[in-house]
Design a binder for this molecule. Structure first.
Ligand code: CA
Length: 231
């Protein structure tokens, strides 16, 4: 897997490059937006994923994204954005970014986003996710609890997948919403709560050992340790 990092903060860029190389990625780093644009346009098929800082001198990450998408580049793009820029995140996604990570982020968070984005389009490798009594077969899109099939709607499946890929972690409402619903659905209705309620009902959380925990003011958490099995 070959990644391109475009980031003008040298310290951060070098740390990311080193960390990602340790995870087995080949990583190029460019601090300059013009060079980055040219590199992406010329070597589009070289890269599996591009990590693009939003605030760059010259052209910003959103503009680069828009330009390369207009030129037909389909390589997945993850944008690094500062906390106070998050109100523009929908714009980023509309301009063609696949995901964004808010600074300061942990390396593990970025890594899980990278893995999620890289898995998203291909979906060639059937994978089985397991957390506690739950099993999710990505190939057949069947969910089982203690071996018994639980029929889920598409949205419920997508929502549960978020949890099963990050078991034991608290997922914010915003994150869940962004991952499961269209980037265009801006209405922050109670749609997430309704789906969570349905998921809980269908998966039959027991009172003593709830599958999902509500973390007040933040979001939800799937309890338990997970594993991912590639077939
Ligand atoms: Ca920057």
């Amino acid at each position: 897997m070959h990644l391109l990092i475009v980031e003008d903060e040298e310290k951060l860029a070098k740390a990311l490059k080193k960390g990602l190389e340790l995870k087995g990625f080949a990583v190029d780093w460019l601090p300059d937006s013009e060079k980055a644009l040219n590199r992406i346009l010329l070597y589009r098929s070289e890269y599996d994923l591009i990590i693009l800082d939003l605030m760059l001198p010259g052209m910003d990450g959103a503009t680069i994204t828009e330009r390369v998408r207009k030129e037909g580049v389909t390589t997945p793009i993850i944008i690094l954005t500062a906390r106070n820029e998050t109100e523009h995140k929908v714009d980023l996604l509309n301009k063609g970014a696949d995901d964004y990570v808010v600074k300061p982020f942990s390396f593990d968070e970025l890594l899980s986003r990278i893995n999620a984005v890289l898995r998203r389009p291909a979906q060639q490798k059937p994978v089985v996710l397991r957390v506690g009594p739950l099993e999710m077969d990505m190939a057949t899109r069947v969910v089982r609890k203690n071996g018994e099939e639980v029929p889920l709607t598409l949205k419920e499946f997508a929502l549960l997948e978020c949890f099963m890929r990050q078991p034991g972690e608290v997922l914010s409402r915003e994150k869940l919403f962004d991952h499961v619903w269209d980037f265009n659905s801006l209405s922050w209705s109670n749609v997430l709560d309704v789906h969570m309620k349905n998921l809980r009902k269908k998966l039959g959380s027991d009172k003593d050992e709830p599958l999902f925990e509500t973390v007040r003011g933040v979001g939800y958490r799937l309890v338990g340790e997970g594993s991912i099995q590639s077939e």
